[in-house]
Design a protein around this ligand. Structure first.
Ligand code: NAP
Ligand code: ZN
Ligand code: ZN
Length: 351
């Protein structure tokens, strides 16, 4: 099947309209008519070849929501018409310890929604900036939000789970003081989720203009991280800090805010390294510095169900697919509140 998509043929070229093929629906496959796809900063890193190993043509997009339009003969968990989502993972080995534990995100042969090897043409996976996708049912998520919320649900499939997984792993909840660094797509979801989990949430931003908004998102306090006095006031007070910043920056300033045994987890993935933290920032208070990669399929479902129950969605700006190059430029300037989402109807021939 041939479908319309948006992607790039090289890292230094803008994204453009192209057509791609999707495999026939096999026994365990679900075919999804994609309604909306969120725009993650990882899409930009990958399609512009800022990270190593980009395979072209590259069709990004791993915050996919839509309706099931066909199912394979052995699919029982989904039916045609269901609202569903697909995040960053479309396959994995299914047999290793990580897969067994529902942490497919750490499987050594995890197949990403784009830029991973596949027997399907053109030999690597192609993502959600497209009209349809065919995915094995094991990696398809149920969406129980209302249809009216669907566009704003899309970013939960990456920004939501990438913040939910570490917040849960590091036991964020009532009585914990939690910092979220970088109030972009991931960070604004981190604020919403940490607040809903009952923590005392402090948002760290470099943008004075986000000070008020961050309170509205659910932060109890906001710190403009360029202001040293504001930073100093929070020294040695945090249980946990989630750092979502997409660019290299000195980590010591944030490590100094952790109390004894506190941890900072990095989820931001800049293409060039952060300046090394001073080892004394860690050893003096037995602090930990960690990383976390998206989340597994069961915890993604748990997060979606939690968000539906607590009426949590992303704050979005809806765009047409042909506005994606301009949207990337705005994302680089921090000029998005807080996630661009593509209306995939704009890909159809008569849009
Ligand atoms: P985003 O929407 O662009 O947000 C990043 C935020 O970081 C910006 O809004 C800005 O927030 C802050 N920031 C940007 N440049 C900065 C700088 N030079 N110094 C300090 N702060 C800066 O990006 P995103 O989609 O949330 O993604 C964030 C990062 O996470 C990307 O690197 C992405 O690839 C990565 N990621 C990782 C995973 C994972 O599994 N680990 C999953 C998804 C994405 P303020 O204006 O508030 O300062
Ligand atoms: Zn992402
Ligand atoms: Zn595995």
């Amino acid at each position: 099947m041939t479908v319309n998509a948006f992607g790039a043929y090289a890292g230094d070229q803008p994204l453009q309209a192209l057509t791609i093929s999707r495999r026939p629906v096999a026994a365990h496959d679900v075919q999804i008519d994609i309604a909306f796809c969120g725009v993650c900063h990882s899409d930009l890193h990958q399609v512009r070849a800022e990270w190593a190993g980009t395979l072209f043509p590259c069709v990004p997009g791993h915050e996919i929501v839509g309706r099931v339009s066909a199912i394979g003969s052995d699919v029982s968990a989904f039916k045609v018409g269901d609202l569903v989502g697909v995040g960053c993972i479309v396959d994995s080995c299914r047999t290793c310890e990580d897969c067994d534990e529902g942490l497919e995100n750490y499987c050594d042969t995890m197949i990403g929604t784009y830029n991973s090897p596949t027997p399907d043409a053109p030999g690597h996976t192609l993502g959600g900036y497209s009209e349809k996708i065919v995915v094995s049912e094991r990696y398809v998520l149920r969406v129980s939000h209302s249809e009216a919320q669907l566009a704003a649900v899309a970013p939960l499939l990456c920004a939501g789970i990438t913040t939910w997984s570490p917040l849960r792993h590091w036991n964020v909840g009532p009585g914990k003081k939690v910092g979220i660094v970088g109030i972009g797509g991931l960070g604004h979801m981190g604020v919403k989720l940490a607040h809903a989990l009952g923590a005392h949430v402090v948002a760290f931003t470099t943008s004075e203009s986000k000070r008020k908004d961050a309170l509205a998102l659910g932060a109890d306090e906001v710190v403009v991280s360029r202001n040293e006095d504001e930073m100093r006031a929070h020294r040695k007070s945090f249980d946990f800090i989630l750092n979502t910043v997409a660019a290299p920056h000195p980590l010591d300033a944030f490590l100094a805010l952790l109390k004894r045994d506190g941890a900072m987890t990095l989820v931001g993935a800049p293409s060039t390294p952060h300046p090394s933290p001073n080892v004394f920032s860690l050893i003096m208070k037995r602090r930990a510095l960690a990383g976390s990669l998206i989340g597994g399929i069961p915890e993604t479902q748990e997060m979606l169900d939690f968000c539906a129950k607590h009426n949590i969605v992303s704050d979005i700006e809806l765009i047409r697919a042909d506005e994606i190059n301009a949207a990337y430029e705005r994302m680089l300037k921090g000029d998005v509140k807080y996630r661009f989402v593509i209306d995939n109807a704009s890909l159809s021939a008569d849009a």
